[in-house]
Design a protein around this ligand. Structure first.
Ligand SMILES: Cc1cc2nc3c(=O)[nH]c(=O)nc-3n(C[C@H](O)[C@H](O)[C@H](O)COP(=O)(O)OP(=O)(O)OC[C@H]3O[C@@H](n4cnc5c(N)ncnc54)[C@H](O)[C@@H]3O)c2cc1C
Length: 415
């Protein structure tokens, strides 16, 4: 019988079935492993809540390859190893005079994993982290490298790839001049006020996160506001549709500062500092994206399940994300509201809830987060992603012998 690694994902809810995990120290070593392995699949920092990073054979963990940051000031790009964690490289980018357009709540994740799944922060005018990708290098089944760059025909199909196109070794991202931000906390807002003004609330700052447990109110709103270039601070409202601004809290090693103090982008965009144990520490997550124009109706629909949701919920975070053209992107074609459930670590109960929850969101074209729990199968996914057949074709062309194939790809995407 084939042995398995018994290694786990971050939440401890997925046991990888691969035979082994290898952690090369260089791109050359990674290429040699790919060339000699009949089955191999890319592994990031294991923060996904599903088995998208698992596959038979070898899992290739790229976090041991040095970051090797290269700044191209003429092109306004940075290039680095795909196993790099955002939170590790961000201060270095800042020192070099640059900033990223956005970050996820968690700085612990790798670039490779975040980009492959369409990971995002919040901001109605900000795209997912994948939208910063200018180009990336990927190892094909024979271990040889090729570069896929923005503007080439396959780029839009290849950026969100879930490890199915090869092993991504280096990533080049757009950067902009460094900037500073502040975070401010606002109090509760009645549910009906929020749903009547959801797009305005979510556009009240550079990046906005609203929280609820699907009772009578939004329990709080977090505004992340960018300080204009050359200014010392930025004005923020004293109240938000009646919700007062609260004193917030200074950064404490568990959360980034939420007290209105101004700090570097990388210490305000994420919710958690890199040295923290992120979020609730004991949790699973699912997340569902609906077009922003359906936000209020979709939230009202989910709330009809409140009595079934609440016993398992830590909190639900509502964010927004700008449209992009990527074939597998949950925000492909239209700006979205992101409905992110941080559940208690009740994976079986959450899995049992998801078909009904996703059925409620189906009339609003609710798309799942590729790194989180979902019950959707290839036919449901095909109905939500008009370019899914093209993606399958792209995978067949890049990986004819299915070296990089995964059970997740087969079960969810039909690849
Ligand atoms: C506490 C917590 C908070 C989170 N907050 C957010 C959030 O704010 N926003 C959000 O959108 N998501 C969030 N997530 C989800 C998370 O961002 C995604 O699951 C992301 O994919 C994790 O990146 P990773 O490096 O751990 O990737 P993994 O989980 O290791 O892998 C994810 C996918 O990427 C592929 N992959 C990884 N590296 C490579 C590579 N080098 N080459 C080829 N394929 C590769 C894998 O095969 C797999 O398909 C959160 C997760 C946790 C645990």
């Amino acid at each position: 019988m084939r042995s398995t690694t018994s290694e786990l994902n971050w939440s401890g809810t997925v046991t990888y079935t691969a035979e082994r995990v290898l952690r090369p120290a260089s791109v050359d070593e990674a290429a040699e492993i790919v060339a000699r392995s009949p089955r191999v699949h890319g592994l990031g920092t294991r923060h996904s809540f599903n088995d998208s990073a698992d596959a038979p054979g070898v899992l290739l963990d790229l976090t041991g390859i040095p970051t090797d940051l290269v700044v191209d000031r003429a092109q306004c790009t940075v290039t680095m190893g795909a196993g790099t964690r955002y939170g590790v490289v961000a201060p270095e980018l800042d020192r070099a005079g640059y900033g990223l357009h956005n970050m996820g709540s968690l700085p612990h994740i790798s670039l490779g994993g975040a980009i492959a799944t369409g990971t995002h922060g919040s901001g109605t005018s900000l795209g997912s982290l994948s939208t910063a990708v200018r180009s990336f290098e990927v190892l094909g089944p024979d271990g040889s490298a090729r570069t896929i760059a923005r503007g080439t025909p396959e780029f839009d199909g290849a950026v969100l790839h879930l490890g199915l196109l090869g092993i991504v070794t280096r990533v080049t991202l757009d950067v902009e001049p460094t900037y500073r931000m502040r975070q401010d906390v606002y109090g509760a807002m009645p549910w009906d006020t929020f749903t009547a003004h959801v797009a305005e609330v979510q556009a009240a700052a550079t990046s906005v996160c609203s929280y609820t447990v699907f009772g009578d109110e939004i329990t709080g709103v977090l505004l992340k506001s960018r300080v204009p270039d050359g200014a010392d601070d930025v004005d923020v409202p004293a109240e938000l549709f009646g919700a007062p601004r609260l004193p917030g809290s200074p950064g404490d090693g568990h959360r980034t500062a939420r007290d209105g103090s101004v700090g570097p982008w990388w210490d305000r965009l994420p919710h958690f500092p890199i040295e923290s144990v992120p979020s609730h520490g004991s949790e699973v997550q699912s997340e569902h994206f609906v077009p922003l124009r359906h936000a209020a109706a979709a939230l009202d629909a989910v709330r009809t399940m409140a009595d079934r949701i609440q016993p398992h919920l830590h909190v639900c975070e509502l964010r927004t994300m700008a449209a992009d053209p990527f074939w597998l992107s949950p925000t492909q074609g239209e700006d979205v509201l992101c409905i992110a459930f941080t559940w208690q670590k009740h994976p079986a109960e959450v899995a049992a809830l998801l078909p009904d929850l996703e059925a409620l969101l189906a009339p609003f074209d609710g798309r799942p987060h590729w790194g989180k729990m979902s019950s959707l199968d290839p036919s449901a996914v095909a109905a939500l992603y008009p370019r899914l057949a093209d993606f399958r074709e792209l995978v067949r062309g890049a990986d004819p012998d299915r070296t990089f194939a995964s059970a997740f790809g087969e079960r969810v995407l039909g690849t």
